[in-house]
Design a protein around this ligand. Structure first.
Ligand code: ZN
Length: 342
């Protein structure tokens, strides 16, 4: 067994060990007082939830349909689990004003905040459903601090992961579900600045995954031709390429030449993480092609220039002599489809 003398341990590590020991005193204890659902599992809340999500499974709203599946009656969608225990707007305002009641969780987070770990991001949310919830179930939830990680270096800065285990029980004290929720408390002031600039040389980009089904599209692109796969039986256009027509199930298809004109349906601007081969911020468009299909491609221009509905035109970017891909630039001087200038 090797024993290190105290002086052999760097001072910072020793401090870190002591700090971690203080954090870990919280492991295994109840984070916050048991929470009781304000309302029993009920049809109006379920109805709002499934309508918002567009879930049309009838077992959530139709008694007979639920019974026909072998259930005793209407059940709640499993992902609604945490909604039954939500505290509501007023309690959130109280917490935000700093008047939240003292609890082990509040003290643990306070310790972390005092040490500079003031940033927070949720990283994991695992649910385990023991049984489906039925109308009238009255839930309560206990929350235990399950783990506090050692200090980890992350892209956001150094931090500690805090895992809580929420156990949901019903009116008979039987467990109906468990939820493991993990957050990272990090120190944003120590985040690594972009130390090395990432090269924007397009030749460094990851190559697309070319298969028999999409090979024709990349071959056409290599010739600076934008094509769309067309069903030879019903004429339906489709993109991305696939072996079967989704409308008539025909395997027969041919290429149709696209004009390369379209409008911006939507777009995203990517800042992080920075992959080699791209300029950041990277603006990626979802383009409605004139022919009716959509295509995802880079925007050749500044982010501030992009507007939804804006007309765009294809241009071609040669990556490394082997790969050529389309990107889109704004069509200048053309009237926008959504706005009229007078
Ligand atoms: Zn077809």
């Amino acid at each position: 067994m090797v024993r290190l003398s105290a002086t052999a341990i760097p001072a910072e590590a020793a401090d870190g060990d002591a700090f971690l020991a203080r954090l870990r005193e919280f492991v295994g204890i109840e984070a916050t007082p048991t929470r009781y659902a304000q309302d029993a599992v009920n049809q109006p809340m379920i109805r709002h939830f499934v309508e918002a999500l567009g879930d049309e499974n009838p077992i959530y709203v139709d008694e007979r349909a639920a019974i026909a599946t072998g259930r005793d009656g209407i059940v709640a969608p499993p992902p609604m689990l945490s909604t039954w225990l939500m505290v509501g707007y007023k309690a959130h305002k109280t917490a935000a004003s700093g008047k939240a009641p003292d609890s082990p969780m509040a003290r643990l987070l306070g310790l972390l905040a005092d040490a500079g770990f003031v940033g927070v991001v949720a990283t994991d949310d695992e649910h385990e459903y023991v049984r489906e919830l039925r109308l009238g179930d009255e839930l309560k939830m206990t929350t235990v601090i399950e783990d506090v990680s050692a200090r980890k270096i992350t892209g956001l800065g150094p931090g500690h992961f805090v895992t809580t285990l929420r156990t949901y029980t019903d009116q008979h004290d039987e467990v109906v579900a468990r939820q493991r929720f993990r957050i990272l408390r990090f120190d944003p002031s120590k985040a690594k600045r972009a130390a090395e600039p990432v090269s924007a040389d397009p030749g460094l980009r990851h190559k697309p995954f070319i298969l028999r089904d999409n090979e024709f599209w990349f071959s056409a692109a290599a010739q600076r031709r934008l094509v769309i796969q067309a069903c030879s039986d019903c004429g339906m256009l489709r993109h991305p390429p696939g072996p079967i027509c989704p409308r008539c199930h025909s395997y027969a298809w041919h290429e149709q030449e696209a004009t390369g004109r379209g409008t911006v349906h939507s777009y995203v601007v990517s800042h992080h993480p920075k992959a080699p081969g791209y300029d950041y911020p990277l603006t990626v468009l979802l383009v409605d092609l004139e022919e009716g299909t959509r295509l995802i491609a880079d925007f050749a221009g500044r982010t501030e220039e992009v507007e939804i509905g804006m007309p765009v035109q294809v241009e071609w970017l040669d990556y490394d002599g082997e790969l050529t891909l389309p990107r889109f630039r704004a069509v200048t001087g053309a009237p926008s489809l959504e706005k009229e200038d007078h």
